[in-house]
Design a protein around this ligand. Structure first.
Ligand SMILES: C[S@@+](CC[C@H](N)C(=O)[O-])C[C@H]1O[C@@H](n2cnc3c(N)ncnc32)[C@H](O)[C@@H]1O
Length: 281
């Protein structure tokens, strides 16, 4: 996959591109990132890229007669013009579903604004996909472009060590909810222990615990992520729980514990050790 970043400050990307997963992906040829200094398209002796807004007001606006030729020329630098993304707080929100959509592209141009942003005619002429990384205002589109690259590259085959991790992460295609709590060795730290069930070796029970943990956490923190169906399942579970606790109370007045996990962990140390030895560290 190829990214072309159009920016007034290409230096911002240097450290980011030369570290960790991104560096490896570029070296292995899974990813190309080309930086273009938009100022190279300024055609006056002062290298002017911006001007005062018509009608008055604060700040400076990026000039249409600099930005449009710049984008159009960069589009010719590869076989296909690619998808043009403009980073702007006024765009559609970047979600994991949008990231998945972008990951299908062969080439993406990321147009980074500065100052007060772009002359509106840039949008009218180029009709970019306008994307926002959140309801707040950054100084420039560079950090937002890095966010797009960072999130999209995880979905490119061969970039992550274990591709399955991008499927089960929070919001992802295999799990639209928040991911469950994660633990690794040691089993106990400062009196806090790992949930027994994760040491049981009982894969069915572990899966049920994970699902339940994901759903409880999502309900508490991000109920907006639970769609109608998930909500319905949750309501059903609450009803069942209420019924069970009512039944339990009736004869003996004993309250049912709050734990929703039904499977019992295996108590055998062998199973627990087998699981522990398989922990990836
Ligand atoms: C200071 S901002 C301009 C904000 C603009 N005047 C407005 O109110 O919508 C400068 C540039 O930063 C980038 N930017 C700022 N916030 C952003 C966000 N939430 N998502 C994506 N890009 C953003 C855009 O490229 C924008 O052109």
């Amino acid at each position: 996959m190829r990214f072309d970043v159009l920016t007034l400050f290409p230096g911002i990307f240097e450290g980011y591109l030369s570290e960790s997963l991104l560096k490896d992906a570029i070296e292995r040829g899974a990813l190309e990132v080309h930086l273009h200094n938009m100022r190279d398209w300024a055609n006056d002796k002062h290298n002017t890229m911006d001007d005062r807004p018509f009608g008055g007001g604060p700040g400076m606006v990026l000039k249409v007669d600099r930005i449009v030729p710049c984008v159009e020329e960069v589009q010719t630098f590869a076989e296909r013009p690619g998808r043009l993304v403009m980073l702007t707080p006024q765009g559609r929100p970047l979600t994991q579903r949008v990231v998945e959509e972008l990951a299908q592209e062969e080439r993406i141009l990321l147009l980074c604004g500065r100052y007060e942003g772009f002359d509106q005619r840039v949008v009218e002429i180029l009709q970019p996909d306008e994307i926002s990384i959140g309801d707040y205002v950054l100084n420039g589109g560079e950090v937002a472009a890095a966010v797009v690259i960072d999130s999209v590259m995880r979905l490119i085959p061969g970039v992550l060590g274990d591709e399955n991790s991008a499927v089960v992460d929070s919001f992802s295609s295999g799990n639209r909810l928040l991911e469950e709590d994660q633990y690794t060795r040691p089993r106990e730290y400062r009196g806090l222990t790992v949930p027994e069930i994760l040491l049981s070796g009982d894969h069915g029970a572990i899966e049920r615990w994970r699902l339940s943990n994901r759903r409880e956490k999502t309900l508490a923190r991000r109920p907006d992520l639970l769609d109608g169906e998930e909500m319905k399942i949750d309501e059903d579970e609450k009803k069942k729980k209420k019924k069970r606790s009512k039944k339990a109370k009736e004869p003996e007045q004993i309250a049912e514990p709050e734990n929703v996990v039904e499977a019992k962990p295996s108590e055998t140390p062998d199973a627990a050790d087998a699981t522990e030895n398989n922990v990836d560290v």
